[in-house]
Ligand binder design. Structure first.
Ligand code: 13P
Length: 342
């Protein structure tokens, strides 16, 4: 695999005004999402839901890539076209979640390490054949007075780098996702400290394991006050403090930072991204790789009913368009009220 191809794929994923849809919920996670609309999580319901999202008219203007789950990359749209080919035909790059989840870390009560390295080389070769050109692996860290431990930070960084090196060998762009959860009562300063520690360890391991960071994307948390903090930082402070952490710890050779939404409201996730881009230009593109913040209004509008497919698509199109505006720093909350025709 020519390095250039990795560089080109990474750059295409963060093309101006575009970002990524994370639709890689595991079977357990999508069941939780379907529970919120009272829908049973059958294989066909999951297929129909993803089909609705992926066939939204016009959304390729705003969506560069979609992260799929193992089941989804093997499924097809209602016309029988396999999802990876259906996306490709619209100029959207198929991706794949390859980690096998965060599991308890031995000797570290309440902390996790992400598993999935065994057999990964073979799985990546198969995913490449199925059409995947980028991948995702998520390490998870929680914040308390004593967490995360250095042990948890370094163990996850090591695994993220092993995953990234294997992806590049397979011609697949690795999205490295170290997610510091923002649950709790912590201050934004504590979140910045933890996020910085996590990023410093990650880039040390990526360098040591010979990963070409120009052929990667970073998918971090934004730096927020804890969701239950008594005093929570506003949009401008979040933008300033988040950028401060990335400027210190993310190499300029990384083509893009694509954020997770992490349980923020959809409009907050958009406003934060916009505020960071409004302070640009930056060394990297700043874009989105949202799951919930792109999907929740669409899931609710759809409600599992075939007659609501168009309403679900309109809601997805609207959030994609708002986040596209935020990618160029040209979003304004008033745009939320503009009618969108699909
Ligand atoms: P959220 O945007 O819902 O946090 O999901 C993004 C993701 O891919 C988490 O791994």
């Amino acid at each position: 695999m020519a390095k250039n191809e990795l560089h080109e794929t990474a750059k295409a994923l963060v093309a101006e005004g575009k970002g990524i849809l994370a639709a890689d919920e595991s079977t357990g996670t999508i069941k939780k999402r379907f529970d919120t609309i009272g829908l049973e999580s059958t294989e066909d319901a999951r297929r129909a839901y993803r089909d609705m999202l992926f066939t939204t008219p016009g959304v390729e203007e705003y969506i560069s890539g979609v992260i799929l789950y193992d089941e989804t990359i093997r499924q097809s749209g209602h016309d029988g076209t396999p999802f990876p080919q259906l996306l490709e035909a619209r100029g959207i790059i198929p991706g794949i979640k390859v980690d096998e989840g965060a599991k308890p870390l031995a000797g570290a009560a309440g902390e996790t390490v992400t598993e999935g390295l065994d057999g990964l080389r073979e799985r990546l070769a198969e995913y490449y054949e199925l059409g995947a050109r980028f991948a995702k692996w998520r390490g998870v860290y929680s914040i308390s007075d004593t967490k995360p431990s250095e042990y948890c930070i370094w163990t996850n960084a090591h695994a993220l780098a092993r995953y990234a090196a294997l992806c590049q060998e397979a011609g697949i762009v690795p999205i490295v996702e170290p997610e510091v959860l923002q649950d709790g009562t912590h201050s934004i300063e504590r979140s910045e400290f933890v996020t910085s520690r996590v990023l410093a360890a990650l880039y040390t391991e990526l360098f040591d394991q010979k990963v070409d960071v120009a052929g990667t994307l970073l998918k971090p948390n934004m730096v927020l006050s804890g969701y239950d903090a008594s005093k929570r930082a506003g949009i401008e402070e979040v933008a300033e403090v988040s950028l401060h952490a990335y400027y210190k710890h993310v190499p300029a050779a990384v083509p893009g930072i694509v954020f997770l939404s992490g349980g923020q409201s959809d409009e907050d996730a958009t406003a934060h991204l916009n505020a960071m881009n409004a302070r640009g230009p930056h060394p990297w593109q700043l874009s989105f790789s949202y799951g919930r913040a792109l999907q929740t209004p669409s899931l609710n509008a759809w409600g599992g009913k075939p007659e609501n497919v168009e309403a679900g698509q309109r809601a997805f199109y609207h959030r994609a368009k708002m986040n596209s505006a935020a990618q160029t720093g040209s979003y304004a909350p008033e745009m939320e009220r503009e009618a969108v025709a699909v």
